[in-house]
Design a binder for this molecule. Structure first.
Ligand SMILES: [Zn+2]
Length: 306
């Protein structure tokens, strides 16, 4: 069973039994998370079910190419409508963040080429977290490009269990909290922001545009996926604090919905200032997830209904 369940462990276990080992469970096929508790942040109401639906969209949204575009500096979007993949272009080759599902790799390749770059120039492959919708395609990307795959130590066990078509998950370098990945003048810092997965990684880097330098954050999902154990409470508490403290002018995320990609892309088409430079909304996603986390904790502490 691949460690690709964004849903509750229970659902994944059911899927493991029903589908058998080596099967691919899609989010859409699993049991949806509950529609409670509900939290309202900046006038918008969220439930665990609504957040997952917002992140994933339909099956088609997960697969259909989103117009590839430049975000800022050397950072480009090459993912689908709801699953992010980012291309960082450097003079010494390129870095790809998130391969998404394996079936999306040809779409990512097409997007890279439509932007005028070569997929075979991918030298380093990084990921946000060890779930199939973000890293299932790693083995295929490595096969096609020879890229070095780097992953946060705490996510390595889950990644090792991700074997589409029986392919071993490649891991060429194991990273630890605070370590840097550098290529052709671009340096990314790996921040451990656990909770959603043990090794959930928030990446930060600097991007240059119009003679100025901007802090860019590639957020990792902060969505609680089920029962909050004391260990998970500690992890999330640490992660919310860290994400709120990171310097940020441009916030991105492993799902476009985490940074209103579609809305910002529409603004980009109209010209004017770069809509992705938006420090005021940098912590909105963390605020939503922290509110949900606290509401879930309250609900969890209530005695069960007879
Ligand atoms: Zn996930």
């Amino acid at each position: 069973m691949k460690k690709m369940c964004e849903l509750k462990l229970f659902t994944c276990l059911i899927a493991a039994v029903v589908l058998g080992p080596g099967s691919t469970m899609n989010h859409a096929q699993g049991q949806p998370p509950p529609d409670h508790p509900a939290v309202t942040v900046q006038g918008q109401t969220y439930t665990p079910r609504l957040i997952l639906a917002r992140n994933m969209g339909t099956e088609e949204d997960q697969t259909r190419q989103f117009p590839p575009h430049k975000i800022i500096g050397n950072i480009h979007y090459v993912g689908t409508r709801t699953l992010s993949s980012f291309l960082l272009v450097t003079p010494q080759g390129n870095i790809l963040i998130d391969s998404t599902y394996e079936r999306n790799v040809p779409t990512i390749q097409k997007s890279v080429e439509q932007l005028g770059f070569k997929f075979s120039d991918t030298r380093i492959l990084l990921g946000n977290h060890a779930h199939g919708d973000h890293q299932e395609g790693d083995a295929l990307v490595k096969q096609l490009t020879g890229a070095q795959v780097m992953a946060m130590a705490e996510d390595v066990p889950a990644l090792r269990g991700m074997k589409p078509g029986g392919k071993e998950h490649p891991i060429d370098r194991v990273l630890h909290d605070g370590e840097e990945v550098t290529l052709g003048g671009t340096t990314l810092v790996a921040h451990l922001t656990p909770g959603h997965t043990r090794g959930c990684t928030t990446w930060t880097m600097k991007a240059q545009e119009g003679g100025r330098t901007y802090d860019v954050m590639f957020g990792c999902s902060l969505r609680p996926t089920g029962v909050l154990t004391p260990a998970l409470v500690d992890e999330f508490t640490r992660s919310f604090k860290l994400v709120h403290a990171l310097p940020c002018d441009v916030q991105l995320g492993d799902h476009g919905a985490q940074y209103n990609m579609q809305e910002k892309y529409a603004k980009l088409q109209k010209g004017g200032p770069n809509p992705f430079i938006d420090p005021a909304t940098c912590t909105l996603e963390a605020d939503i997830q922290e509110a949900m986390f606290r509401a879930m904790l309250v609900e969890q502490k209530k005695p069960a209904q007879p």
